[in-house]
Ligand binder design. Sequence first.
Ligand code: NDP
Ligand code: MG
Length: 389
Amino acid sequence: MKSVSVFGATGSIGCTAAKILKHQSDKFNVEVITGGSNVLQLAKTAIELDAKHVVIADESLLNELQKHLENHKITISAGRNALLEAASRPVDISLQGIVGFAGVECSLIAARSTKTLALANKESLVCAGPLLRSICTEHKTTLVPVDSEHSAIFQCLQGEDLRTVERIILTASGGPFLNTPMHELSDVTAEQAAAHPRWKMGLRISIDSASMFNKAMELIETKELFDISSDKLEVIVQPQSIIHSMVGFNDGAIMAHMGPADMTGAIGYALNYPNRETLPLERLDFSKLGRLDFVSVDPNKFPAIQIAEHVIELSGLAGAVFNAAKEQALDLFLSGHLGFLEMSLVVERAINEYAKNSHNRTVTLDDLIDIDNSTRRFIQKNVKGNCHV
Ligand code: NDP
Ligand code: MG
C-alpha cells in the first residue's frame, strides 16, 4: 500500500483522482485531502476515501466541515498555514491539483517531503520551475507530470536518452474558438469561452484553453520539465484531442501518445508510476474515430503562444509575471472588465514592463510572492474601466 495526499481534492483533477483511488483502494492509503471552499464535496470525498486528515483552506468553513465529519474518525484543520503544514507531511505520493498560484508554495513544500510529486498544478513549473526542480533533486523526489501533454511526453521518453530528442510537439485542441473568425472573438462571454469541446476541466483552465493561454503555460511547463531548448518545441492543433503530444528523435522517428480526452489516464499513470495498472478509462475505437486532423496555430488569433516564447527567453521571474498577469486578466474577464482578446494585451504589457528591468538570478519563494503581488497591482492600476492598457 502506498500513502497518498491529494491537494485540491474538490476540483476537476481532485475528483478524477478520487475516482481512481476508489477504484484502486487496495493499493493506496489516503493520508490528507484538501479543498478550498467546497465543504460538502470535501467531506463526501474524505468519507469515501477514508482519509486520515482533511484541510479546508477557507478558515471560516471549519465549523461546517466539522459538522459534516463529526461521526467519523477524521482529523480536520483549516486555513492557509494548515494547508502548508499538510503539504509537509511525508507520503509516498503527493498529488498537487490546486489551481493557480495558490498551489505553488504547496508544491514546493511537498517536494521536500514526498517520494513522488504528481504535479497537475502547472503554475508551479511556470513560476518556479528551476526552484522546484532543484528541491526535487536535493530531496531525491520523483517529479511526474499530470498535465495530459506532459504525461504523454514523459511516457514517450521512458527509456530514451534526452540527447536524442530532436523536437517535442505539444498538441492543442484549439478550444471552442478554433473556427471562430477573429472579429467575433472580442465579444465572446465567459460561458462561451468555458465550453470546451473535448476536455471536462475546471473553469479557469477551460477559459485558458480557449485563449490558448493554457498552451502557452504548457510550453513553459515543457521547457522547465524536460530542460529542452525552446527551438525544439512546437505546438500543433489536433482538434480531436486523441494525440496528447509527440516526441521526435534524431533518427526521424516520432512517438505519439494517444488516448481518450480523459484525465483518468494521466492521473492514473502518475499515481501508479513506474507501473501501469488497469484504469477505468474508455478504450479508443479507431474505426469509429475515422481520422486525425492537424492544424497550425493562428498567431494573430492566439498571441499567447508568442508571449510564452518571449517569457522563455527572458527566464528568471518572467514565468511568475506571466502567470500572475494571466490570472489577473482572467479575473477581469470573468468580472466583465476586460474583453476576451484584451487579456493577451494585458499580459503582454506586464511582460514588457518586466523585461525593462529583468535580471536573471536564482529565484526564491519570497521573490515569487513579491512579483506575483506587484504584477497583480500593476494590472489593477493599468486596467481602467472596460480595458485599457
Ligand atoms: P478546479 O478549479 O476544478 O479545482 C481547483 C482546486 O483547487 C479545488 O479543489 C479548489 O477548492 C482548490 N483551490 C482553489 N483555490 C484554492 C486556494 N486558494 N487554496 C487552496 N485550495 C484552493 O481546477 P482543475 O482541477 O481544473 O485544475 C487544477 C490544476 O490542475 C490547475 O493548475 C490546472 O491548470 C491543472 N490541470 C487541470 C486539468 C484538468 O483537466 N482539469 C488538466 C491539466 C492540468 P474548492 O473548489 O473547494 O474551492
Ligand atoms: Mg494540458
